[in-house]
Ligand binder design. Structure first.
Ligand code: UP5
Ligand code: MG
Length: 210
């Protein structure tokens, strides 16, 4: 389950690669729940390639792409970028990676993202790793991150939380109803969270976790 033959979209990725088998895990959770931090750990132990949709969108702004200004404005307002933009970036990154196992971090963020990703790529996630964390803890983490992210100010953080509650949680509920959600208590220290995460990946992996 979860590993499917994609109907790789030539238009979107500009390559002739088709019928590639990709395994995808969606990594979801609120802003600051620790998705990126835990993905770095998972990559080291389990051989996945980490694709943060937010990082891909921020790189697109920096590259001076024609969508850059639109993306920048959406991120500043905590709004969700139209799925065709994000899906193209994800497809390109998957096709260029040389790997066939991906952690897709921070996507899909709403029903439109979810439905379009599945129909355009033909990929259904193996499972959804869900980092559950109280808003108070997430806010504290984001305000002390200090990495110069334009959306790490209290005004934008509140908007991000609202969009998460209204649009992203329903996606997690959708997959939960299908028995695909692996819920992790993300309020604990990083190492303790990773111990729980390992338990989710270890049985499905050929590699032995250190
Ligand atoms: N930290 C991490 N784990 C900790 C722990 N267990 N204990 C204590 N501290 C912990 O962590 C955040 C901070 O907390 C770090 O300083 C870390 O050291 C510490 P991080 O791992 O970065 O959390 P993460 O969940 O990745 O937080 P992030 O801010 O990246 O989540 P968002 O979902 O808000 O951001 P993302 O980059 O995915 O999206 C940003 C914006 O892009 C969105 O708001 C939206 O406008 C746009 N977007 C789209 O439109 N579409 C998409 O598909 C994706 C993004
Ligand atoms: Mg992140």
């Amino acid at each position: 389950m979860g590993t499917v033959v994609t109907t790789a979209n030539k238009e979107a990725n500009g390559s002739a690669e088709t019928n590639k088998k990709f395994t995808v895990v969606f990594v979801l959770g609120g802003p600051g729940s620790g998705k990126g931090t835990q993905c770095s750990n998972i990559v080291k132990h389990f051989g996945y390639t980490h694709l943060s949709a937010g990082d891909l969108l921020r790189a697109e702004i920096k590259s001076g792409s024609e969508n850059g200004t639109m993306i920048q404005n959406m991120i500043k307002e905590g709004k969700i970028v139209p799925s065709e933009v994000t899906i193209k970036l994800l497809q390109r990154a998957m096709n260029e990676s040389g790997n066939d196992k991906f952690l897709i971090d921070g996507f899909p963020r709403n029903e439109e993202n979810r439905a379009n990703f599945e129909s355009v790529t033909g990929i259904v996630p193996e499972f959804v790793l869900f980092f559950d964390c109280p808003e108070e803890e997430m806010e504290k983490r984001l305000l002390s991150r200090n990495q110069g992210r334009e959306d790490d100010n209290i005004e934008t953080i509140r908007k991000r939380f609202k969009v998460y509650m209204e649009s992203s949680l329903p996606v997690i509920e959708y997959y939960n109803a299908k028995g695909k959600v692996r819920k992790i208590d993300a309020a604990k220290p990083v190492d303790e969270v990773f111990e729980t995460v390992k338990g989710v990946f270890a049985p499905a992996s050929n590699k032995v976790a250190a």
